[in-house]
Design a protein around this ligand. Structure first.
Ligand code: G3H
Ligand code: 13P
Ligand code: ZN
Length: 322
């Protein structure tokens, strides 16, 4: 199977009450860990590349790595998506350069300007058979070099979504309902603590999601900042020389709930980073004499694979849907 767009995936996901995992890729081991899990679990997948990933690994290397995954996993549909496209030029470069889906993220711009930029990208993308994700509302956290402070973040205003989607022609919409990027999604003072002293974050704004879905029936919604920050990996990192106090993510049961509603794409990056970093930190601590990168990248890749398998089966619900 060649690279596909997300159109069919989202239709089936919406009807089936599950979501497609959109995992960020930056190097070969991450591509392999994700796609090996998806292949074994027969899950459709979106591999997404940020501006930072293109700067780090080079556009061509990333496209070729994803094309290699397509050859190795012929039985599953794979989308190659630009994550948080900052402007028309970056989106155009990805559309011209083999991507099947792009996100234009003009969510920090005023409403009218967001519409104008998004519309321009949609026209070019659709002329080239590529689909477009847009965003309304602002997530707190870090997206490439744009840092959004929690007090500047705002939930999506449901009363804006129909006009936005109609005027732009976008194919999916990312909304802000309380998730945020990175490993510190909620401040300790926003959380309560459970019996084990683990931080429990405030619930996502399902009321906003439900009102958006009511206004856009059948339309695929996207959740960014959807890592759950597994405390097992935070513990391994902290026990092996790392320092990640109070790292906390979105509870997985809430993501499962969102996937049963109109959320068709769930973005996960930080959890992969935690799995990779925790594995490598532990390896270095246990084997201070080792220096062959293959020896620590192999278990890191294996742990990414197991983490993704868990997401597909237990969080997204997309295992067996390829
Ligand atoms: O939304 C942000 C993603 O986690 C990508 O992160 O910009 O550091 O590649 P990055
Ligand atoms: P996390 O930082 O929660 O993994 O979010 C990733 C993301 O939204 C990529 O666009
Ligand atoms: Zn994001």
């Amino acid at each position: 199977m060649a690279l596909v767009t997300s159109t069919e995936m989202f239709k089936k996901a919406y009807a089936g009450g599950y979501a497609i995992g959109a995992f960020n890729v930056n190097n070969m081991e991450i591509v392999q860990g994700i796609t090996e899990a998806c292949k074994e679990e027969k899950a459709p997948v979106i591999l997404q590349v940020s501006k930072g990933a293109r700067a780090y690994a080079n556009h061509t290397y990333l496209v070729k790595l994803v094309e290699a995954a397509v050859i190795e996993c012929p039985e599953i549909p794979i989308v190659l998506h630009l994550d948080h496209g900052p402007d028309f030029e970056t989106c155009k470069a990805c559309i011209d350069g083999g991507f099947t889906s792009v996100m234009i993220d003009a969510s920090s711009k005023p409403f009218a300007e967001n519409i104008e930029i998004t519309k321009k990208v949609v026209e070019y993308a659709h002329d080239h058979g590529v689909v477009v994700e847009a965003e309304l509302g602002t997530l707190a956290g870090i997206e490439d070099d744009v840092k959004v402070a929690a007090h500047e973040a705002s939930y999506t205003r449901p009363e804006e979504v129909e006009e936005f989607v109609t005027k732009t022609g976008c194919d999916s919409l990312a909304i802000a309902i309380g998730t945020s990027h990175g490993a510190y999604k909620f401040k300790p003072e926003q959380c309560t603590r459970n019996a084990d002293g683990i931080l429990v974050p405030p619930p996502l704004r399902f009321d906003v999601l439900e009102e958006v879905s009511r206004r856009l029936p059948g339309f695929p919604i996207v959740l960014h900042g959807a890592s759950s920050v597994p405390q097992s990996f935070v513990k391994i990192i902290n026990e092996n020389g790392g320092k990640m106090p109070n790292a906390v993510g979105v509870p997985e049961d809430q993501l499962r709930q969102a996937a049963k509603l109109s959320v068709c794409k769930i973005n996960i990056d930080s959890d992969l980073r935690l799995a990779m970093t925790g594995t490598i930190r532990e390896f270095f601590n246990e084997h201070p004499d080792k220096f062959d990168p293959r020896e620590y990248l192999k278990p890191a890749r294996a742990n990414i694979k197991e983490l993704v398998r868990h997401k597909l089966r237990d969080v997204l619900g997309c295992a067996g849907k390829a």
